[in-house]
Ligand binder design. Structure first.
Ligand code: AMP
Ligand code: MG
Length: 307
């Protein structure tokens, strides 16, 4: 009996030691935004270093704004994509097709016209918008952070990291299970500011991506002009939404769909979810009403369930 107690005690001590996994926490500035990496695992520091390198590689390849990037040179017809780059362009085109063009990765001329890339904001004329709509200049701003989350998950898995939570400028990527087995609790920002509008309970490895009219905008004469454009009009999308959050295993998909569903609005976005169903979503309307799809695991505020 004494022997059994001793073994049990030893096991408890060993389990306790295993539970104290080293934690790495880092803040980085990449893709024009602040990112935080929180990683649990023996190789956490190395993994954080690899993720930072991956983020900086993605940025120097895909920034439409940096004139030396691959994408800027591709936009000037001075470069051809390699196989891996072509796969990223194809992925973006696939989402464009799937969303009937509401996600459009070729709006850079319009973004420039509104002054978003260099923060030189202004309201363009109808003629200018019509001309810029005809130009096809790539801009992967609507999918890149989600794609980066997917690449980060690959790195974490390769390095056998225990668990991680990455905040890539509002795009949250979870990895693995929390130590106590409870779900990750992810706050959804209130588009009007202040404390979160609610929370999501998220299991395992998942991307939680929000597109919102409060993330990047300027105001003229009291009117807000935000950074998510309706490709059909060339103007900031006026769909009645203030934000859309998408929860999906695939980060690039979550990112592309959050942008597309912001353009679609609540009705069309809900129909899109019903038709596809491999993701969940939370919609916040301009008047502050919240709608969440059946499986979203949203809590902390009153909301209507989308069936
Ligand atoms: P997100 O914050 O992911 O919704 O993406 C917004 C960013 O994607 C903008 O800053 C632009 O770079 C780009 N963008 C704007 N409108 C669209 C659109 N309709 N489809 C795809 N990308 C867009
Ligand atoms: Mg997006």
């Amino acid at each position: 009996m004494k022997k059994l107690v001793a073994i049990l005690l030893l096991l408890a001590v060993l389990c306790g030691c295993q539970g104290r996994v080293p934690q790495t926490k880092e803040t980085v500035f990449a893709m024009d935004t602040v990112m935080t990496l929180q990683i649990w695992g023996a190789d956490g520091e190395t993994a954080a270093g690899e993720i930072k390198k991956m983020l900086s590689d993605l940025e120097s390849t895909w920034s439409a704004h940096d004139e030396n990037s691959f994408l800027a040179r591709f936009n000037r017809a001075e470069a051809t994509p390699n196989a891996r780059q072509q796969a990223v362009l194809d992925l973006a085109l696939q989402y464009s097709e799937e969303t009937g063009g509401d996600f459009n990765p070729c709006l850079y001329s319009l973004m420039k016209l509104w002054g978003f890339p260099d923060k030189n904001y202004r309201v363009p004329t109808d003629e200018e918008i019509a001309a810029a709509k005809k130009e096809q200049q790539w801009d992967l701003g609507g999918i890149l952070k989600g794609y980066a989350g997917d690449r980060a998950v690959e790195i974490l898995a390769d390095m056998q990291i225990d668990r991680a939570i990455l905040n890539l400028g509002g795009n949250v990527q979870t990895y693995g299970q929390k130590e106590d087995g409870s779900p990750w609790k992810i706050a959804i920002e209130n588009p009007k500011g202040g404390s979160p509008i609610g929370y999501l309970a998220v299991e395992g490895t998942m991307a939680v991506v929000t597109s919102g009219d409060y993330q990047r905008y300027f105001e003229v004469d009291g009117k807000r002009y935000h950074h998510i454009l309706a490709p059909k009009t060339g103007h900031p999308a006026q769909s009645g939404l203030a934000s859309v959050t998408v929860i999906c295993k695939d980060g690039a998909r979550a990112d592309a769909l959050s942008t597309a569903m912001f353009v679609m609005g609540l009705e069309q976005g809900s129909a899109y979810w019903r038709a596809h169903g491999d993701f969940e979503a939370v919609f916040v309307t301009k008047d502050g009403s919240i709608y969440a799809t059946r499986g979203a695991n949203f809590f902390g505020a009153e909301y209507e369930v989308i069936q």
